[in-house]
Write a protein that binds this ligand. Sequence first.
Ligand code: ZN
Length: 533
Amino acid sequence: MRGQEKNFLEPSEQFLRNPNTSWTLAGVLRFLPFGTVLKNPFLLRSAAAMKEVFSRATTVAGLLGAVFVLGTLAPSATKAEQLWVGTAVVDITPDRPVLLDGQRHVRVAREAATPITATALAIEGRQDGQPTEQAVIVSCDIVAIREGILEKVREKVSGQLAELDPSKIFLCATHTHTAPVTAEGKYELPEEPIMRPSEYAEWMTTRIAEAIVQSWNKRAPAKVGWGQGQAVVARNRRAIYADGSARMYGRTDVPEFRGLESMEDHELEVLFFWDQEDRLFATAINVACPAQEVEGLRVIHADFWHPVREALRQKYGAELAVLGLTGAGGDVSPHLMYGKAADERARKLRGLDRLGEIARRIVRGWEEALEVAQLDIQSDVVFRHVVKEVPLPYRKITEAEAAQAAAEAARYRDNPAERWNYLWHQRVVERFEKQQAGIDESLPIEIHVLRIGDVAIATNPFELYTDYGIQMKARSPAVQTFVISLVGSAGYLPTERAVRAGGYGAVPQSTRVGPEGGQILVDQTVEILKSLW
Ligand SMILES: [Zn+2]
């Protein structure tokens, strides 16, 4: 990116004219540097391995006007820290066929259309040369961070890095539906030899641990900035009808259609990190929409984050680490609910497919954020990171809901191909039994709340409905608030209005925690945020 700084303020026309910005699937393959992909896509991993670890570290930056040596590691409430930052990117594309996660039916991927990667961002705060705070954020091209994955990664890291507190590591999922299954037992295994979910999980967690260790070891003084752009990516996917019911991806061209259930969050919250030579080496982009535009494919694919990363690296440096952070968007997706003809026409004229169009918007919004951020680059900022376990009440299941789930579960029980559907209903039956027996009345979840200068970051393990994210942003004391969902795998967290209207993503089968728990999550998050300001 050297010499490209001048281009920061240029409008996006250059981007539009670039022939590489036409991302058909074939186009993506064409402009990747691995031409063998089409013939043997699983060679992709070794090819990618050559350019894999864009480990990035920087050298000395501006100093703190440090005055006192406090003789303690506890940071003062408002005193600024110097940030030491490092990044690493690892390829997590499997080299054998795998099952794909995120749909009801069994899908086997035998090839990769794009690499899938994990990007680690390690941040250490120092006051007067003494370490005061830590965080490692890892963005993973995977549908969710399934149970046991974070624990495995923390264990693998703590064996290698004694000075890093494993609880300060968290993983977030981009929610691509074209990445491997990482938990056993959800789908029937096919006859053909594949990399089993547990095998893949073992390998993937080793790779992610490597990324964390590399990013941590390469940390060096850095400067930070933040900005906001706008990008229309998310579309509310719940159509509401005259009878008050909701349907995911329901038709909107019928007389009964009354509207979409909720607003979308089109703010792009962006963090930027520069080294001492003012080279931009890392960016974290918070988009309140899961990456599931190409969700039905039977190939490995990183969805819209792939063209976003490629475009940013092409313009701003091949080693730029790009963290895709999925915001609160449990009720949205990139799929259009209406207006498809206008979208199609514009894309045709621009020579873009849907992924290309989404990437164009994110990159344009990102550049708007950069324009502002680079006018206010900070060398030392307040840096705090609170990790808290919050017990949230399970959603109450009615007798009628339990009976209906039991009947559905019975329909699928003896058909191994319907394992996903069986478990989906059976979970409700089991939860109802526990509820009646008074066992496990709350679900303990781990949340992370961070302050980096004027920016707040709040995580949750859910597919959190947009309204909750908006509430957190509206009540936050920060100038900008990043809400990161899918830091875990705790299911949808619907609003009260969604529960009333029903439909996928709002019924007990889709959810473990309901609106009561959602409100507690928001209140607790806001309380912690306020304690950091
Ligand atoms: Zn999904």
